[in-house]
Design a binder for this molecule. Structure first.
Ligand code: NAP
Ligand code: ZN
Length: 350
């Protein structure tokens, strides 16, 4: 069926209304009418082809919350009327060692992203959540257990939430650990909330003086404005773990220096231009590590959603109609968002 969407025809073109096709649900499919879709910085990187390789037309959006409107004959776990989520993944091979371990994001045959991923359907690549409806294999559909009035603020959990939750869990963040979150945007503000909820001593690093007070309200025990060398120097050699969510190239040495012996700096931000190569001596002297992490698998995403529902955690959002998406991108580029734009998908009909 034909539905309304918003997308771009080229890297240098604004997003505009377009009509796209969704398949009729097959036996294992869940058809979802989309209520809300979060706006991730990856959407912007992709639409503008900052990482290269974007296929057009490009319809971004991988923080999706919606209502089930049809299910295939073999779908047992979902029913019409249920509230569900779709994150960054819509398919994977299901038989490689990573898929077997529930780590579909590391599928050794390549996962299929919610947008810009390979598919046999027209136009040959997947189209995301800036649209009225999506049809997804039931293995990639998540249960949403938050109350109805929080659904818009739940949407960002599907990417920003899981991308910060997964490394915090993998590196065993919890009570007794000193944890830094760098870049208090969509991902970073979720990182602060989650690290705090896991019981860690949580320190927020921001370049924005205007975020100093509210980062405390998000759950940070302390906030460091990273442009102030004295504030940074006071924490040298003291962190167990630092999660870097910054969407732009910057000096990593400023953070590796802050790690204690055997501490780890995990990068999740994927800037358009590479970071300058970090200083090796700062790494070898204290056996410090730099690592990376990609979103999270389906089982862990469900675990994160349930953890957040139980603890009452959602994103801090600013709701927009789809017609304001280019303005939202421009503001995101200037770090001017507290802390995630979410599209009200009902605006697509206007
Ligand atoms: P965002 O909302 O734009 O937040 C990024 C934050 O980084 C900004 O709010 C700002 O925080 C800081 N920042 C921006 N420019 C900076 C600069 N020039 N120098 C220092 N700090 C700067 O973006 P997001 O949606 O959270 O995404 C962050 C990055 O993660 C993007 O590159 C995105 O593509 C990537 N990502 C990765 C994964 C993954 O699986 N690894 C998943 C999703 C997104 P302050 O104002 O506090 O300084
Ligand atoms: Zn994302």
């Amino acid at each position: 069926m034909t539905i309304k969407a918003y997308g771009a025809y080229a890297a240098d073109k604004p997003l505009e209304p377009l009509a796209i096709e969704r398949r009729q649900p097959g036996p294992h499919d869940v058809q979802i009418d989309i209520l809300f879709c979060g706006v991730c910085h990856s959407d912007l990187h992709t639409v503008r082809s900052e990482w290269g390789g974007t296929l057009y037309p490009c319809v971004p959006g991988h923080e999706i919350v919606g209502r089930v409107t049809a299910v295939g004959a073999d779908v047992a776990g979902f029913a019409v009327g249920e509230t569900v989520g779709i994150g960054c993944l819509v398919d994977s091979c299901q038989h490689c060692p990573s898929c077997a371990e529930g780590l579909e994001q590391y599928c050794e045959n390549g996962f299929v992203g919610t947008y810009n991923g390979p598919t046999h359907e027209a136009p040959g690549h997947t189209l995301g959540g800036y649209s009225q409806r999506i049809v997804v294999d039931d293995k990639f559909v998540l249960k949403i257990r938050h109350p109805e009035d929080q659904l818009a603020a739940v949407a960002p959990l599907l990417c920003a939430g899981i991308t910060t939750y997964s490394p915090l869990r993998h590196w065993k963040v919890g009570p007794g650990k000193k944890v830094g979150i760098v870049g208090i945007g969509g991902l970073g503000h979720m990182g602060v909330k989650l690290a705090h909820a896991m019981g860690a001593r949580t320190i927020a690093f921001t370049t924005s003086e205007s975020k100093r007070e509210d980062a405390k309200a998000l759950g940070a025990d302390e906030v460091i404005v990273s442009r102030n060398p004295d504030e940074m120097a006071a924490h040298e050699g003291s962190f167990d773990f630092i999660l870097d969510t910054v969407a732009a190239s910057h000096d990593l040495n400023a953070y590796t220096k802050l790690l204690r012996r055997d501490g780890t700096l995990v990068l999740v931000g994927v800037p358009e231009h590479p970071h300058p190569s970090p200083d090796v001596s700062a790494l070898i002297m204290k056996r410090r590590a730099i690592a990376g992490s990609l979103i999270g698998g389906i089982a862990e995403t469900q675990e994160m959603l349930d953890f957040c529902a139980e603890k009452g955690i959602v994103a801090d959002i600013e709701m927009i109609p789809i017609q304001k998406i280019d303005e939202a991108y421009d503001r995101m580029q200037k770090s001017d968002v507290k802390y995630r734009f979410v599209i009200d998908n009902s605006s697509l009909v206007e």
